[in-house]
Design a protein around this ligand. Structure first.
Ligand code: GAR
Length: 183
């Protein structure tokens, strides 16, 4: 199986889905820029190695160098961003070119960046969804590997829509990652 390192910043529900539904890959480390990310505790309880460091303390270049080192020490072959809310530098992306994937809560190329659900509702869209894509230097701009659509209902708020999309994310991400490692 391909050795995957998952990067999170918070709850980590996509990371959990990746761990629980792993096929053709295995999650060998969970890393976070937020040492108190809830997902880290979950990973530790399962005996998955974790790495946590705040860039605030040492600055972004030193943080990314340490992250890179930790991933390489774990012999990571592929990085999966899962609710990782920090931009990776161009240099980091170049060092892992073609080997970083991300899940984004919109139907890319629509609604790159933040507040995707509020923007989809505001625009009057009938469909929202999630996308798994390759990470390049362009924010949420790399090749789309898979998408799932969900309906936007008339009574939806950004929170109710986010919940529906998140359930779709948990199905999509492990499936696309399995396909990606076998292509
Ligand atoms: C997910 O909805 C993910 O798509 C989104 O954050 C949430 C993380 O939830 N990611 C982004 O917005 C990336 N810019 P999780 O921590 O429970 O997986």
């Amino acid at each position: 199986p391909k050795r995957v390192g998952v990067l999170i910043s918070g709850r980590g529900s996509n990371m959990r889905a990746l761990v629980e539904r792993a096929q053709g890959y295995e999650v060998v480390v969970v890393a976070s820029d937020k040492p108190d990310a809830a997902g880290l505790a979950w990973a530790r309880e399962r005996g998955i190695p974790t790495f946590a460091l705040s860039p605030k303390e040492i600055g972004k270049p030193a943080y990314e160098a340490a992250l890179d080192r930790a991933l390489r020490e774990c012999e990571v072959e592929l990085i999966a961003l899962a609710g990782y809310m920090r931009l990776l530098s161009d240099e980091f992306v170049a060092n892992w070119r073609g080997r970083i994937v991300n899940i984004h809560p919109s139907l890319l190329p629509k609604y790159k960046g933040l507040h995707t659900h509020a923007r989809a509702i505001e625009a009057g869209d009938r469909q929202a969804g999630c996308s798994v894509h390759l990470v390049t230097e362009e924010l949420d701009g790399g090749e789309v590997l898979g998408r799932t659509e969900v309906p936007i209902l008339p009574e939806d708020t950004p929170d109710t829509l986010a919940e529906r999309v998140l359930a779709a994310e948990h199905e999509l991400y492990p499936r696309v990652l399995s396909e990606f490692v076998s292509r």
